[in-house]
Design a protein around this ligand. Sequence first.
Ligand code: VGL
Ligand code: ZN
Length: 199
Amino acid sequence: MKTLLLIDLQNDFLPGGALAVPGGDEVIPIVNALLPDFDLVVATQDWHPPNHGSFAANHPGRAVFEQIDLDGLPQTLWPVHCVQNTGGALFAPGLDTRRVARVFPKGSNPRIDSYSGFHDNGHRSSTGLGEWLKAHGAKRLSVVGVATDYCVKFTVLDALAEGFEVEVLAAACRGVNLAEGDSERALEEMAAAGARIVV
Ligand code: VGL
Ligand code: ZN
């Protein structure tokens, strides 16, 4: 059984969006073409309330991409993005969502960010994704989406820790690359943790 995980393929992460990932739009047709190869397709959706602590705008005097401490965890400050029930949080219009069996929202607690589709960044609570996948018989996961250096990376690391066999389809992933090479380093970290990187 083959399972595909679509990570955050949302308007705000595509060119023109609030937190645009360079080339994010290029993965949409690649993902659409992959869909028929999979038995089970699941998507994550970054889904923040307007007062989310990861938004620079909610920290007077702080700028986008600065690092702060948020409830005891290091937090990169982002532009306001993927606000619940806004167009930016919607899946890319070109994405074929008909075969998505279930969507797992994440990042709804204003006090903590959630890059991984499985847990928040402090592993304080679970989205239910791991349990759901296991209940549906998934053992091997293929992962695509954005951003390679944030949500893809942390989803893959958590998936490995939960005992899934994981492959990253790198051609269908794009990164933010706040620092040059971040996506390459993220792929190396995922490989070192046991993921197979398919180029
Ligand atoms: C993401 C930064 C903030 C991602 C989400 O989808 O990689 N990155 N929120
Ligand atoms: Zn976010």
